[in-house]
Design a protein around this ligand. Sequence first.
Ligand code: MN
Length: 375
Amino acid sequence: MRRLWTLVPALVLSLGTSGAFAQPRLAPPLRIVIAGDSTASDYEAARWPRRGWGQELPGFVDASVEVRNRAQSGRSARSFIEQGWIYDVARDLRAGDLLLIQFGHNDEKADDPARYDEPQQAFPLWLRQYVELARAVGATPVLLTPVARRHFVAGRAIDRHGPYAQAVRALARREQVALIDLGASSLRWLSGLGEDASRAFYLHVPEQNLRDDTHFHQRGAAAVACLVVQGLREQGLLDAARLRRDVDCGIPDDLDTVVPGASRIARDGDYRRSQPAPHGGGGSTTAYALFEDVPDLGIVLRRRVLPPGAGIGLHRHVHDEIYYVLSGRGLYVLDGISYTVGPGDALLTRAGSSHALQQTGDAELVLLINYAKPR
Ligand code: MN
């Protein structure tokens, strides 16, 4: 009792350190500040489904990370500074924070003297100011090559930022700045989607008369934000403990193993066949042995329809199996105990167990059956 007072200063101290007492498991606060253009910037709800990738970034991180998206539509690396937007960035940045820098789309506009920066000298010089600003306050600058435009030639996704992306890479090398090659990763992502499927991720909205291959539909903005966070992870700039979603997105460099036609879609009607009830069960059933014709497939997925009176007889298991009841009702016997089962019930049978299943009622019993094919 007499020592209780010694706890008071410690308590006051821990309450004073910005929420550390209320949320003891949170990592120390980190701010991610974004300087960039319209591909990254925030849009009001009225412009839905238009979103910038910076707007989707908070969805990937936990409450220990605060995203300040200072990206401005229409700005080049130069006009962002000349118009004073850089001051918001300077005010936000603290020691230990991250500054993401993505420009290029508007620097490329040679017919617009207010924004154009030629790529060899001017563009990297303007970018360097962001790097120096971050370093001056002890924050970490991260350079991003400009995100890909949706541009396909003869079915192939083509890079449209060539010299500007090169300038960003060269500056990162020269100044020892962390680099996320978003131009390259988003181009692989585009290639992976293909010319037709990728349209839905950019701002192609017939109802709004939009056919825009530069700006993003919300789903594209989320995909690009994933690539950015994946880049931060790969650079060791963002701890996995701060993430609340997976960042297994896009297509890795070394993944070029697609065998055309090996992956496909089928209708279960193509696999329909009548089959006596298995394992000595009564009646006759209809089986749909999906993809049974595919060689070396390690999975068995089968829909089985048991009309009134049909059943799967008692049998003992040497492998694990799952029955999932799609519709109808049944009497299920598992290791000597019976259960009534219906739609939504999932029945796991481990090796060593015995089971049987009898259709009951007026409706046919429909099962999805799944097990690993014995090798
Ligand atoms: Mn079985």
